[in-house]
Write a protein that binds this ligand. Structure first.
Ligand SMILES: [Zn+2]
Ligand SMILES: [Zn+2]
Length: 333
C-alpha cells in the first residue's frame, strides 16, 4: 500500500513525511483491517512529527482520525461485519488492567497504545486497530465530515465536560482551530455563550459565523467574566490571560497534549477557587457519547481536503494557521 512514513522527527517545513510503498498491515487477533477513506490531520500529528512527543515507533505512519471501511477481520474479531464503516481514534488500546483502567479512567492508562504514534496510523491506504477501540460512525456524516470528529471532536467534548460549563454559562476558547470549531457547536447546543480568543481574522470570522458572541485576539480580555475557558492553542503564555478572564470559582481546561512553558504568574490569578486542569486522551465512552450527540445536533465540520501524497503540505498549512476548520487527507485514491 501507499503510506506517508515518518523515519525521523523533523520540522514540518522540511517535508519529513515520505510517500512510500509499504507492506499492507494484517489484522492480529481481535483486530480489524480497514481500508482508509480519509484521515484527519491533528495538531498532535505535528507534535509527533516534530519530536515534541518523544519518538515511540520508527518509522511510523502518523494519523489518528481515521475513517475507513472494514475489509478483513482478525481471529476472534466479531463486533463489526466486513464492509462496516468505522472510525479509528487516538486511543488505540489500553492494558485494561491498571488501576486507571479498572476505575473507568482508561484515558489515563499506564500502558496505552496510541494510533499514529506508538502504532501505525491513517496517513495510508490501510490501517489496523483492535475492534474494541474503534467506533461506528453515524450514517448522517460524510467521510470527510466525520474525520475531524474523531479527535478534535472527541477531545473538545471531553474538555467541555471537564470545564463544567452549564446552560447559560459563559465559556471562552483560546485558539479557534479544528477542535474549537466543533466544540462551539456542542457548547451552543448546551446553551452556553461562547467567546473566542484567537489570532487571525479568518479564525475570528469563523468563530462568529458559528455563533460566538465575541471574537478577539488570543490574549485579549473578553468583554465578560467567564465561568470556564478552554485553551486549545499549544501556547503556555495564554494561561495567565485566561485565568484573568475567569470569574471566581471558574475552571480553566488545557486541551492540548503538548504546551510551551507556562510563565510565572501571581497567585491572585488563581486564588478565589479558580482551577486549572489538563485533559489527556479520551475514554471510549467519551467517543460514543460525543458521536451520538454530534449526529443529534447535527455538527457541521469545515474541512480542507488534501490528497494523501500531499500530507506535508497539509501539515505546513496547519502549522502556519492557514487551515480554517480541519485539514483532512483523502486516502481513497
Ligand atoms: Zn490501563
Ligand atoms: Zn488528535
Amino acid at each position: 500500500m501507499k503510506a506517508c512514513l515518518l523515519r525521523a522527527t523533523a520540522l514540518v517545513e522540511t517535508n519529513p513525511l515520505e510517500f512510500a510503498d509499504v507492506g499492507n498491515p494484517q489484522p492480529g487477533p481481535g483486530e480489524v483491517l480497514a481500508r482508509v477513506k480519509v484521515c484527519g490531520v491533528c495538531r498532535t500529528d505535528l507534535h509527533v512529527i516534530e519530536g515534541e512527543l518523544p519518538p515511540r515507533k520508527s518509522p511510523v505512519i502518523p494519523g489518528h482520525q481515521i475513517v475507513g471501511v472494514i475489509e478483513k477481520l482478525g481471529t476472534g474479531a466479531k463486533r463489526f461485519p466486513v464492509g462496516k464503516r468505522v472510525g479509528i481514534p487516538w486511543l488505540h488500546a489500553t492494558d485494561r488492567t491498571c488501576e486507571f483502567c479498572r476505575s473507568g479512567a482508561e484515558n489515563l492508562c499506564d500502558n496505552p497504545a496510541f494510533t499514529g504514534y506508538t502504532a501505525d496510523g491513517g496517513y495510508a491506504q490501510y490501517a489496523v486497530a483492535p475492534e474494541d477501540f474503534v467506533f461506528a460512525i453515524p450514517d448522517s456524516f460524510a467521510d470527510d465530515q466525520a474525520a475531524p470528529l474523531l479527535c478534535a471532536g472527541i477531545i473538545g467534548f471531553r474538555c467541555l465536560r471537564l470545564s463544567g460549563i452549564q446552560r447559560g454559562g459563559k465559556l471562552a476558547f483560546y485558539g479557534f482551530g479544528s477542535a474549537a470549531h466543533v466544540a462551539i457547536q456542542v457548547a451552543r447546543h448546551w446553551g452556553a455563550e461562547v467567546y473566542a480568543c484567537t489570532r487571525g481574522a479568518k479564525h475570528q470570522q469563523l468563530a462568529r459565523e458559528l455563533g460566538a458572541v465575541w471574537a478577539g485576539e488570543a490574549a485579549e480580555e473578553p468583554p465578560a467574566k467567564l465561568d470556564a475557558a478552554i485553551i486549545f492553542a499549544p501556547a503556555g503564555e495564554l494561561v495567565p490571560p485566561a485565568l484573568r478572564a475567569l470569574k471566581k470559582g471558574g475552571t480553566l481546561v488545557l486541551g492540548g497534549i503538548h504546551m510551551s512553558p507556562i510563565p510565572q504568574f501571581d497567585y491572585e490569578l488563581l486564588y478565589q477557587e479558580r482551577s486549572i486542569r489538563s485533559v489527556a486522551n479520551n475514554t471510549r465512552r467519551d467517543g460514543e457519547d460525543f458521536l451520538r450527540i454530534a449526529a443529534e445536533i447535527p455538527i457541521r465540520t469545515r474541512v480542507a481536503l488534501y490528497p494523501l501524497p500531499e500530507a506535508n503540505r497539509a501539515l505546513n498549512d496547519l502549522k502556519a494557521d492557514r487551515v480554517n476548520g480541519s485539514a483532512v487527507l483523502d486516502c481513497s485514491a
